[in-house]
Ligand binder design. Sequence first.
Ligand code: NAD
Length: 416
Amino acid sequence: MSQEQTPLTVALSQLKLASKKLGLDAGMQKMLAQPKRSIMVSIDIRMDNGSVGVYNGMRVQHWDARGPFKGGIRYYPSTSIDEVTALAMLMTWKCAIADIPFGGAKGGVCVDTKTLSKHELERLTRRYVSLIAEYLGPHRDIPAPDMYTDAQTMAWVMDTYSQLKGYMIPESVTGKPVEIGGSWGRVEATGRGVIHCVKQAAENNRLKLGGASVAIQGFGNVGYHAAAAAKEIGCKIMAVSDSSGGIFYEGGLNPAAVLAHKEKTGSVQNFEGCQDITNEELLELECDILIPAALESQITRRNADKIKAKMVAEAANGPTTPDADKILYEKGICLIPDILANSGGVTVSYFEWVQNLTREQWPLEKVNRKLEEKMSKAFNDVEAIVAREESDMRTGALMLGVGRVANAIKTLGLWP
Ligand code: NAD
């Protein structure tokens, strides 16, 4: 990424582009560029060895004109207020594209989870939640998992928030385990949603998915479930990777077997019969579909020209910089943007919230059917703008998301 391009400057330049295309006035642009609230906290915890650990935490609430703030919590050493603000903004557009009644937020804690015990992680999570609790709530701001947080983390979030209020409030958080009110299908939702989009885009681009080769960067929650869903529809998973590097097997990997190996050894590498490769090599592989499912800014102007995939489906948030976007577009590569491709997670989070509020539990088939309906509608809504504007898919998606939020703000009016 060039020095001037941080996740926030990228998000702001995307907003500027969409605003211009939509003809939004300067006042609206100024309002949308700013989060409603940014909270910074210092999280002090007792470590297992008796010492004190101090960690920086944050929660950014971007806009809630269409409904309560909604967004994941990420634990990552280098996360920053700029990154979290950018991700909160993307959440606002994403919820609007998915047409679910939420605004956008994001949380972050600067921590390397690999250096903490489970007890330390629990104390960190509970202390963090207690520090931001007054700004959370089922009708105010509803957290969910993101990088290096999972269903167990969400159980601690829910329990801490509920203990502070004095009664159990499952609708205060999504992505929690099923036994405490989580939804069937939430864990797989983001990865499955990515593959729904791939299916629709493949139809439009006349790409045959039976036997199509797929490379996936990041083999966590999203990457693994995208791999499993892609294999289910007959794709060949040629390569996957994690933070320590990747593996390549032309004949096609079995995602479940790779996951078992990763759980046993801590990494996907050294998997029997496979060639170890680097993350850079994975991105540049000759394949049909490339799915970045790890970090931001992985496809940049430095490597965009070397991408050989026919389609890029952004499972991660912000994996492609604007410079790289342009290069991929000029190369004729079909790019399904993050705010559409990975919206399956927040869509099933919305289903989870509805189930909690109505004290219901839907069967998996119902969740998956409704997810597919929502993703298809979002994809078609974006495609309609792409056709009308003769634009790339990111511009179409941004116009849809930003336009819906701006309309909601206009309708609400400015008080007083
Ligand atoms: P996760 O923590 O479950 O997995 C992250 C994966 O990325 C791990 O396999 C990790 O080893 C790998 N990774 C970390 N650093 C890497 C590096 N430098 N190179 C290659 N791989 C690296 O996280 P997740 O929930 O799967 O999230 C992945 C991405 O998807 C993030 O960008 C997140 O914002 C986005 N996302 C997640 C959800 C969700 O529901 N979890 C929803 C929408 C978007």
